[in-house]
Design a protein around this ligand. Structure first.
Ligand code: FAD
Length: 398
């Protein structure tokens, strides 16, 4: 049986980045991906680098917003990681961090911005509240209906099609083995080792033994947990995103709305990407939804998303929609990532959930340090799967 130090399960951004950070430290790494690399959420997302609190984190009232704001310490680490990523990977990732605006169109929106601002300040993220005149000066492309905005100068975007592949290339260069079209179907402990069962495209089954296993299976991380006979409370959610034809440079910022689902940005090629968490819909298997692979666009949501975008940035109203697509991401019950050691299964680690385009490289770096050194350079205790141990109280891990 082949032996490695770490088997990484999942070839999205988190898995590819973890393979890199582990291999950089000399660990023997096997990354296993059931399809092709970067074909799920990591290659289909909107590419926003969010550091302010997204609308989904503040829309459910003060108490939950205070709890969800615990993501900010990780966001600040992620911000620093993104600043150095192109140099680290020696690759153009189309990173642009020219600032983010969360716009308000009503007094109720302004009140939400103020609440957001207070939470951000509490956790050390220094954003500004801009007046209508200041918004107009900074972002003349925005509609007159915008009466204020929360501004953070470091937000932005990068190209999701480039980032995970750049990590994967570098990981392979450092000796990691990457095996796509291979599905993990079993996880068993054998003494201090994990035995991982893999099935390749031809149906060939083999086993690999490892000191540690990292579950980086995104929306499907719960299925990997189940292989170890444990519950990981992460749920698959289907989203959609749209791309509009190229235009001359107009929008340097990441634009979001204070009280509605919207992210909007102009990417390096000139296209405008419009998203913000509008749902698509899982296809059905019989009478139940199937969270396996496919999500179908919901036309009314696509239309509503684009209508809102064109209301806020009137200049894009005359441009054509080129394509809408869907992707499946993973969300936990408390919207925080699942990041760290799984207490019920020594040697099993997880890094999944949350806005893991923004945070993915940081999850990967910190969990790799935890695997290799026993502790990460920055505490990730807030995001530990131990907060869900009560769910596994009655489970006997393998
Ligand atoms: C439409 C959309 C827009 C988004 N926009 C943003 C954004 O703007 N900013 C942001 O920060 N985040 C955004 N996100 C979230 C972000 O994309 C995800 O959080 C992130 O990509 C997750 O990365 P991952 O590596 O954990 O998961 P994934 O990229 O989903 O990778 C997991 C991999 O595990 C593999 N896998 C699963 N089961 C198995 C198995 N049994 N064996 C082998 N392999 C397996 C899957 O095939 C998959 O390739 C968005 C998500 C979507 C869907």
């Amino acid at each position: 049986m082949k032996r490695v130090n770490v088997v990484v399960l999942g070839g999205g951004l988190v898995g590819c980045a973890a393979a890199y950070y582990l291999a950089r430290r000399g660990a023997g790494v096997l990354l296993v991906e059931q399809g092709d690399l970067n074909r799920e959420a990591s290659g289909r997302n909107a590419g926003s680098l969010h550091f302010q609190l997204e609308y989904r984190l503040i829309r459910y009232g003060d108490e939950l917003a205070s709890q969800f704001a615990q993501i900010i310490p990780l966001s600040l680490v992620a911000l620093a990681d993104w600043r150095g990523l192109e140099a680290e990977l020696q690759a153009d990732l189309e990173v642009g961090m020219h600032g983010g605006l969360i716009v308000a169109e009503s007094e109720a929106d302004v009140a939400l911005l103020e609440r957001r601002q207070a939470l951000q300040e509490k956790w050390g993220l220094a954003s500004q509240l801009l007046s209508a005149a200041e918004v107009r000066r900074m972002a003349p492309y925005l509609a007159e209906s915008v009466i204020a905005a929360g501004y953070f100068p470091h937000e932005g975007h990068a190209n999701p099609r480039l980032v995970a592949p750049a990590f994967a290339r570098r990981a392979e260069g450092l000796g990691a083995t990457i095996q796509s079209q291979t599905r993990v179907t079993g996880l068993m402990r054998d003494g201090a080792q994990w035995v991982v069962t893999l099935v390749d495209r031809e149906g060939l089954v083999r086993e690999v033994s490892a000191d540690a296993v990292l579950n980086a299976a995104g929306a499907w991380a719960g299925e990997i947990g189940a292989l170890a006979h444990l519950h990981l409370p992460i749920f698959a959610v289907p989203l959609s995103i749209n791309v509009i034809e190229r235009a001359a440079p107009l929008i340097p910022h990441l634009v979001q709305h204070a009280s509605q689902r919207l992210t909007l940005k102009q990417v390096a090629a000139g296209n405008v990407l419009v998203g913000g968490g509008w749902p698509s819909r899982f296809s059905r298997e019989g009478s139940t939804m199937s969270a396996r692979r496919r999500a179908e666009p919901v036309v009314e949501n696509v239309t509503a998303n684009l209508t809102l975008a064109a209301r806020l940035v009137p200049a894009i109203g005359g441009l054509h929609l080129l394509r809408s697509w869907t992707g499946i991401t993973g969300i936990t019950t408390d919207q925080m990532p699942l990041l760290g050691a799984v207490p019920e299964a020594p040697g099993l680690f997880v890094a999944a959930g949350g806005a893991a385009f923004t945070h993915g490289p940081t999850y990967a770096r910190l969990v790799s340090e935890l695997i290799l050194d026993g502790r990460p350079s920055v505490s990730i205790d807030l995001y530990s799967p131990a907060r869900f141990s009560h769910i596994n109280n009655f489970m006997a891990s393998v």
